[in-house]
Design a protein. Structure first.
Length: 327
């Protein structure tokens, strides 16, 4: 079978890009970028905004770049996305920590017995959730067994060896966000309500809002679903700036709780909706840091693109042009 993707040297890769209409600098920086990032990650990952399209908006084949598109612009978009992942990581990790703390407190308050989180009776009685509950319990048990068997010291190993049980408030620090997401989803309704109320109470106190709609378990689960989706992308260095969840539910409830009638949230849950939703669950200080960093990032890159408008970049990010009014 003929190899349709034979090896190409860096020089050959740059020649191909020039032949397709991309402006490539001759100062050696383009070669250095390919050596640092790789052709597939950089070009295949971030070229789409700069490709020529037909009158229906479809990419023309064989691929050609739009007039004026440059290698530097593709690198700028890559760098923007890389910095975006770093900013989001800090914000998402802050929420992950708080969610774990609230879940462990509310669940343990309701079920104070040792290893109560390994008992099926302490979770939802919805028969449709039985497979998820069994999977959650199995995951929790596996985490304990794995950490207790490690050669190096850790909190789980300490509690197993010295106390013969692991409190949930210790265990949550070793769970992935996906584990926390499923744990919350599988809890009984009163535990889920207690967690939602805790977030509502904190929001009222920190923002001085006396009259605000209470967060519901459904909204918490919607936020968790979004956070889990983007948390995975950030953790695995996936393309993040244009990522979205299609037809996300309960947008209206989130918009009502943000108390801004002018706020437009698309059916596609992208970066903007994620950031605005985090306002409902992050500490005020953490959220202020997050939006300042996001705004600074966008402001710093708004003049980095010439062949495409920055509004086009924002559209791909599902961020409104007037983002500064909200951030």
């Amino acid at each position: 079978m003929e190899d349709t993707k034979p090896f190409k040297t860096y020089r050959q890769q740059l020649c191909i890009l020039r032949a397709r209409g991309l402006e490539v600098p001759t100062d050696g920086k383009a070669k250095q970028a390919l050596e640092r990032i790789g052709y597939y990650t950089l070009i295949n990952g971030y070229k789409h905004l700069f490709l020529a399209r037909d009158s229906y908006g479809n990419i023309i084949h064989p691929g050609k770049f739009i007039p004026g598109a440059s290698f530097r612009e593709i690198v700028a978009l890559y760098d923007l996305d890389k910095e975006l992942r770093s900013i989001l990581y800090d914000g998402l990790l802050a929420y992950e920590t708080t969610l774990g703390a609230e879940i462990s407190y509310c669940f343990s308050e309701k079920y104070p017995e040792k290893h109560a989180y390994l008992a099926m009776d302490n979770f939802s009685t919805n028969p449709n959730k039985l497979p998820q509950i069994l999977k959650t319990i199995s995951s929790l048990s596996s985490t304990i067994n794995r950490k207790a068997s490690e050669r190096r010291d850790n909190a789980i190993k300490h509690y197993v060896n010295n106390h013969r049980h692991v409190p949930l408030w210790v265990l949550v620090n070793f769970l992935t966000f996906g584990d926390l997401n499923y744990f919350y989803s599988n809890c009984t309704e009163d535990v889920k309500v207690a967690v939602a109320k805790a977030f509502t109470k904190k929001r009222k106190e920190e923002y001085g809002i006396k009259k605000t709609p209470s967060l519901t378990p459904d909204v918490i689960e919607t936020i968790n679903h979004m956070v889990n989706h983007f948390r995975n992308a950030v953790a695995h260095n996936e393309i993040t700036y244009s990522k979205y969840i299609y037809k996300s539910a309960r947008l209206k409830s989130i918009k009502n709780m943000l108390n801004d009638s002018s706020l437009e949230l698309q059916s596609q849950a992208g970066i903007f909706k994620l950031i605005m939703s985090l306002k409902l669950v992050l500490d005020k200080r953490e959220y202020t840091i997050l939006i300042k960093r996001i705004k600074s990032l966008l402001d710093s890159y708004q003049y980095s693109f010439q062949s495409v408008s920055f509004d086009g970049i924002l559209q791909d990010m599902h961020i409104p042009q007037n983002y500064s009014e909200y951030l």
